[in-house]
Design a protein around this ligand. Structure first.
Ligand code: FCB
Length: 447
């Protein structure tokens, strides 16, 4: 078992704000994450991405490390405020130059560049004008995408528009746990639509004979705690908000009726224009999936505050499994279930796992970081990938989250997801045992 196709794309992932640092360099403008991180109490320990893993200056060494590990592809994101410092207007050449150097260096090392256009660092002036809650932001995004494509389209073939629009919309605009920190459920629902629209407008702007365009969603497998009607309804609702609210418009060109009904009390859908769903449902060249943990949910008799706006009578239940340092339950069977469900319920589209990985409390010893627990996590999830492929799921590649320890959003630098350890005081990189293990998996082409 567990032999992957020779063309299977083995990679690792990062994102701009989480690793680059250099937030005021070469004309970069402020993003919503600079503003949010500077807000007292927003990020644990007052951490910010100002320096992060200093990848902006250290990318040549980081790419040499990727080559040593044998990575075939590298998923990273472009910081919109480096390319358009205010979110509109002409491109900032120095910002584009950074990504030109980055992609050229990757190509020199035989590593395929896989950029994501938006991994949450919205230029602050666009948030000041309403952010994702307003339609204009989607139009601006398409212009930015065109500038990025114009500059990099000769060396990048595979593009991803957005990373996890669920998080941008519901953590950013409903719970306020992510930038821009707003707590406006109706704005969150509008944001979700405008993000999908942004994806489609950007796809139209950059698709040509040489470009493959897709999107990355954070999907999960949802189980009800029991067969009690309230638990079944809870599972339907969470599956609706987490998975189908995005999958259905993208792959079937329509919002799911039950989710529209659940959201009715939060907001109407007057922000959806006539042609939007047709455009959002245009064919995708690939779909990226970020998977970390399944969800077990139950009905609740008292209202629960959560990102699942419109469904207050739902609580997350304890599946009784071991957890990572994030408190996320470890269960690779959820990934297999999810992949099989995508195959059963949606039209076939090439799939990539664009993020999968785990934070643990790593201990640095004299001779390295012995993270057997992370190896076990990755091994289990790769076995689920292999099983899915055996059962006909068109899974074409896998990207570990993350190449490097990095800024884990509102949790700051505490959680370490890297297969490479970063000492933030010295910026020294130390490959963990999991990095050596992953290099061996790639070398053998499987487990
Ligand atoms: C995902 C994000 C990524 C990282 C991981 C742990 O939701 O896309 O940036 O924070 O979670």
């Amino acid at each position: 078992m567990s032999t992957f196709d020779p063309g299977f794309l083995w990679g690792a992932a990062t994102s701009s704000y989480q690793i680059e640092g250099a937030v005021t360099e070469d004309g970069r403008g402020p993003s919503i994450w600079d503003t949010f991180a500077a807000t007292p109490g927003a990020v644990r320990g007052g951490d910010t991405g100002a320096v992060a893993a200093d990848h902006y200056h250290r990318f040549p060494g980081d790419i040499a490390l990727m080559a040593q590990l044998g990575l075939r592809a590298y998923r990273f994101s472009l910081a919109w405020p480096r390319i358009q410092p205010t979110g509109s207007g002409p491109a900032n050449r120095r910002g584009l130059d950074f990504y030109r150097r980055l992609t050229d260096t990757l190509l020199d090392h035989g590593i395929q560049p896989r950029p994501t256009l938006y991994h949450w660092d919205l230029p602050q002036p666009l948030e000041d004008a309403g952010g994702w809650a307003v339609r204009d932001t989607a139009e601006r995004f398409a212009e930015y995408a065109a500038l990025a494509h114009e500059a990099l389209g000769d060396r990048v073939t595979h593009w991803t528009t957005l990373n996890e629009p669920w998080c941008s919309a519901f953590l950013g605009y409903a719970t306020g746990r992510h930038a821009p920190g707003r707590r406006e459920p109706a704005a969150a629902v509008r944001a979700a639509h405008h993000l999908l629209l942004a994806h489609s407008l950007a796809t139209e702007a950059i698709r040509d004979a040489d470009s493959h365009v897709g999107i990355t969603l954070n999907l999960t497998h949802v189980d009800p705690l029991s067969t009690a009607p309230a638990d079944l309804d809870a599972a339907r609702r969470i599956d609706g908000m987490q998975n189908r609210l995005f999958l259905d418009p993208l792959l079937r060109g329509a919002y799911p009726d039950d989710v529209l009904a659940d959201l009715h009390e939060v907001t109407g859908f007057g922000h959806v224009h006539d042609n939007d769903l047709k455009r959002i449902g245009a064919p995708l060249d690939h779909l990226g999936i970020n998977y970390y943990a399944p969800m077990l949910v139950a009905g609740s008799t008292t209202p629960v505050q959560s990102a699942y706006v419109g469904s207050p009578l739902v609580r997350v239940a304890d599946g009784g499994r071991p957890r990572t340092a994030m408190g996320w339950e470890i269960d690779e069977s959820g990934l297999l279930e999810l992949l099989l469900r995508l195959k059963a319920d949606y039209p076939a589209v090439p799939l990539y796992i664009t993020e999968n990985g785990a934070a643990f409390d790593d201990v640095v010893e004299d001779d390295g970081v012995h993270d057997a627990y992370r190896i076990a996590y990755l091994d289990g999830h790769l076995r689920s990938c292999a099983r899915a492929i055996d059962r006909g799921v068109p899974l074409k590649g896998y990207f570990v989250w993350s190449l490097l320890d990095n800024f884990e959003w509102s949790f700051g630098y505490g959680p370490r997801f890297g297969i490479v350890h970063v000492d933030y005081a010295t910026q020294r990189r130390t490959p963990k045992d999991s990095a050596r293990w992953y290099a061996e998996v790639i070398r053998r082409g499987g487990l």
